[in-house]
Design a protein around this ligand. Structure first.
Ligand code: PEP
Ligand code: MG
Length: 587
């Protein structure tokens, strides 16, 4: 038997070994079947029946997954039901049937391809993946037209699921059944729904394998190494043993991380800090809390605008935010208003091509230019705040006037909600992200305007150093420890602490042990990051005395270069706390 080793993208950590179950490919047609004009009406009626059946199925699935897998994984079906209601989508299907006189299958195939092309033009991998939600709904309608069926595995025996791609609803259904040991997909990226779901259900997964479905057969033995992104088909006993011992080591490491998650968040000298999570989907909440997050410091709301065909309405926003607030309750959740524009383009808002997008109409600037779209989001966040654990976070503030405009809009909406007797949290905290140097140097003024500050170091570094955060040609100049960055961050933290205004860092700097320790030394208490990094930051911070680190960082701030800062802090901290930086990576 041929041994095959394939490398893909590690999507959910852990190791699994077992028998393969190969699921059928996506059900879209490659044949253009025409019909006579007199049959057009019948074909539309056939499509309407399939739509009705799809609606029924999705509603049923929503209830079932909510009960059996968890509410946070059921929200995807709310989104799908909304896609199903989208008039422009249904109009384009009927238009293709009428104008081209083709079967509904071909119309679905065409519309799916159009959306895929549209989403493929997006730069951000996460957003590109969102076309899968539309594909999911379209392929469900396709199946309900009564042709091909997806093959299902009837046996209950735990297996490794191999597929070309998994639609979000298939992923929830298949992974939620409890008999999937691991997942291997041809397609996908680390931020696909399948990846997120696999991580939260602790199922090892490797995606982006290109052609695993063509290399493995039902019943083949295989290993999925979701930590390193490797697949081995037909492993000989020696390799199986090697992976078994790797699995034992990995499981022990994971237990250790989970133990860390339960330990208190304080330094050796009793300084309390708060690890928080940056997430993009409500489904990520439970995983974040189990890794030790004490709340959601940054909920990036962009996916809502990119997953559906038209702009999301208030109800769609509300469903997601209230789901999020409930999943995290009583822990706090900061919902950031839309941060697109610039390089994250949004065709639905018809943003003009800009010569210099990073300095253009992005984030709050875009929201204030589109007040109706912004009001819809603010209203939904306010309604979702009724539980009392939600705060509102505004991205990329540059001047005090912007905060004033946002506050006025919030007051208007509150007045309207009050008059309609709709519940909301009247004291909902308002925060701004400091991501541009202009905002950093007026931090003393901004802290008087808001309830909390969140420092977005990813952008603050980009704008301070004039280094595009995603340009590989200048990546060597992107230096979080550049003295200018440290001085700006120190200034913001000092002004916030001085005014007793809550302050957090939510950029990558908060997730790196060395820069995390430097932030601790600058007096920071709230560290928000991708949840997988929380255990390592918690370990680093718990193993030092805040006062000692503060003294070391106080000296480092006067140094001349990023390298001098790094070497100095590393040496001094290790001399005092030899274990602080001897840490393994994220999960
Ligand atoms: C940041 O800029 O640091 C940040 C957290 O926001 P984003 O990465 O979403 O731009
Ligand atoms: Mg940012």
């Amino acid at each position: 038997m041929e041994i095959i080793r394939l490398r893909g993208i590690p999507a959910a950590p852990g190791i699994a070994a077992g028998e393969a179950f190969v699921s059928a490919r996506l059900a879209f047609s490659s044949r253009r079947e025409t019909i006579p004009s007199r049959k057009v009406k019948d074909e539309q009626a056939r499509l309407a029946r399939a739509l009705k059946q799809t609606r029924r199925q999705l509603a049923l699935l929503r209830t079932k997954i909510g009960k059996e897998v968890g509410e946070e994984h059921a929200v995807i079906f709310d989104a799908h039901l909304l896609i199903l209601e989208d008039r422009s989508l249904l109009a384009s299907l009927n238009k293709i049937i009428t104008e081209e006189r083709v079967r509904a299958e071909w119309a679905l195939t065409q519309v799916n391809a159009n959306y895929r092309r549209l989403f493929e033009t997006l730069k951000d991998e996460y957003f590109r993946q969102r076309h899968l939600d539309i594909s999911d709904v379209l392929s469900r309608i396709y199946k309900n037209l009564g042709r091909k069926r997806t093959r299902r595995d009837a046996s209950k025996k735990p297996k490794i699921l191999v597929a070309h791609d998994l639609l979000p609803s298939e992923a929830a259904g298949l992974l939620g059944r409890g008999n999937t040991l691991g997942v291997a997909l041809d397609m996908g990226g680390a931020t696909s729904h399948t990846a997120i779901l696999a991580r939260s259900l602790n199922i090892p997964a490797v995606v982006g394998l290109h052609d695993i479905t063509g290399r493995v057969k039902n019943g083949d033995q295989m290993i999925v190494d979701g930590t390193d992104g490797e697949i081995i088909i037909n492993p000989p006993p020696a390799i199986l043993r090697e992976f078994e011992s790797k699995k034992i080591r990995y499981d022990a490491y994971r237990r250790e991380l989970r133990r860390t998650a339960r330990l208190s968040s304080q330094t050796l000298d009793g300084f309390r800090f708060r690890p928080m999570a940056n997430i993009e989907l409500p489904e990520e909440v439970s995983q974040a809390l189990s890794l030790g997050a004490e709340g959601i410091g940054l909920f990036r709301s962009e996916f809502l605008y990119l997953r559906s065909v038209s702009l999301p309405d208030e109800e769609e926003h509300y469903q997601v935010y209230s789901q999020l607030a409930r999943a995290a309750y009583p822990a706090p959740v900061s919902i950031r208003t839309i941060d697109v524009g610039g390089e994250k383009s949004l065709p639905k808002l018809r943003v003009e091509q800009e010569p210099n997008p990073a300095l253009g109409l992005r984030a709050i600037r875009l929201s204030l230019k589109n007040p109706d779209v912004f009001r819809t989001q603010l209203r939904a966040i306010l309604r979702a705040s009724a539980l009392g654990n939600v705060s509102l976070l505004i991205p990329m503030i540059t001047e005090v006037e912007e905060v004033g405009e946002v506050k006025m809009m919030i007051e208007e909406i509150k007045g309207d909600l009050r008059s309609r007797r709709v519940k909301f949290d009247d004291a909902i905290p308002l925060g701004v992200m400091i991501e541009v140097p202009a905002a950093a140097v007026i931090a003393d003024l901004l802290v008087k305007e808001v309830d909390f500050i969140s420092i977005g170091t990813n952008d603050l570094i980009q704008y301070s150093l004039a280094v595009d955060r995603s340009n590989e040609f200048v990546a060597h100049l992107y230096k979080p420890l550049h003295p200018s960055v440290l001085r700006l961050v120190k200034f913001i933290i000092d002004k916030a602490n001085g005014a007793r205004c809550r302050v957090a860092v939510c950029g990558e700097m908060a997730a790196e042990p060395l820069s995390g320790l430097i932030l601790l030394g600058l007096g920071l208490r709230e560290f928000s990051m991708n949840p997988i990094f929380i255990p390592r930051i918690k370990k680093a911070l718990r193993s030092v005395e805040q006062r000692a680190v503060q003294r070391i960082v106080g000296q480092a701030i006067g140094l001349r270069t990023a390298q001098e800062v790094e070497e100095f802090v590393m040496e001094k901290i290790l001399a005092r706390h030899p274990h602080a930086l001897l840490l393994s990576g994220g999960e």
